[in-house]
Design a protein around this ligand. Structure first.
Ligand SMILES: [Zn+2]
Ligand SMILES: [Zn+2]
Length: 275
């Protein structure tokens, strides 16, 4: 199985070392892991300026050497995107994009660059949150800078109680425009399993959205746990592969030096069963 969304001590919100995560991943039957630390571009973000790129790459090289032959370790990044920070993100991607195996583009801020946390939702309807968020996501996809798009419907994870009635069917038309952009730019989106262990109790996104994507002709999916702790590495991936298979996705993305290949889920599942 592939865990393509794992944070390490190079993210401000994580203290787990890459070494601890690799040991946990091997124990969980993970065959490929991507360390995708936050690359923040919002000045107000707690993690702004935290990422130390050269130390990050040195740390990946060290675990690649230590665990050679046991697990494939990818150089990854979770790059925060917003149209307000477009030029900064572009500068980062132009300078460093090709140094990675795999780059996730994620939107963590809503309109007016306000953070997607509790105060952001005050006085807003679900539509007030979702539509501007999807506009940002579409802008991120249209750049063509990213291999995959992180946690496609993340607002559902942070919705306060009064907005928890989120139903993706309400946004189907808007989401289908996102799919068109994904397909045109040859960009994947991830199934982020962290939602399974948090409030929404469903992956981000869940099966309804995956089915619409398949109907639209989409084939490019990546899988990741968004782990900030060693014990969640690999969590929910088997369930996710089952869900994808039921939805008509037969393969998932594997990356090396920003080049994608598609791997049969059936072959991964036999690896999983062997553990
Ligand atoms: Zn994220
Ligand atoms: Zn993340």
């Amino acid at each position: 199985m592939f865990d393509y969304h794992v944070h390490s001590e190079f993210s401000a919100d994580c203290t787990v070392t890459m070494r601890e995560s690799c040991l946990a991943a091997i124990a969980a039957g993970i065959t490929e892991i991507a360390f995708t630390d936050h690359v923040e571009h919002q000045h107000t973000d707690l993690g702004y300026g935290y990422y130390r790129i050269e130390d990050y790459f040195a740390s990946v090289r060290a675990v690649q050497e230590e665990f050679e032959g046991q697990i494939r370790i990818l150089r990854g990044a979770e790059v925060d995107f917003h149209t307000d920070t477009y030029d900064m993100v572009k500068t980062f991607i132009d300078a460093n994009g090709q140094r990675y195996d795999f780059v996730i583009g994620s939107v963590h801020y809503g309109d007016n660059a306000q953070i997607i946390f509790q105060e952001y939702f005050e006085g807003k309807t679900a539509d007030d949150v979702i539509y501007p968020y999807f506009d940002q996501l579409e802008a991120a996809i249209r750049t063509g800078w990213f291999d995959t798009i992180g946690h496609l419907d993340i607002p559902k994870r942070y919705f306060p109680k009064n907005l928890r009635e989120y139903n993706p069917a309400r946004y189907q038309e808007r989401i289908e425009k996102l799919f068109a952009a994904l397909i045109e730019t040859d960009t994947a989106f991830e199934i982020n399993t962290s939602g399974l262990r948090q409030t929404p109790k469903a992956s981000m996104p869940g099966p309804a959205i995956v089915r619409w994507y398949v109907e639209a002709g989409g084939k490019l999916i990546t899988t990741g746990t968004d782990s900030h702790a060693a014990q969640t590495i690999g969590a929910g991936l088997t369930k996710t592969l089952d869900m994808l298979t039921l939805c008509g996705i037969a393969q998932i993305g594997s990356f090396r030096e920003r080049e994608r290949t598609l791997v049969d889920i059936a072959s991964l599942r036999s690896v999983d069963a062997a553990h």
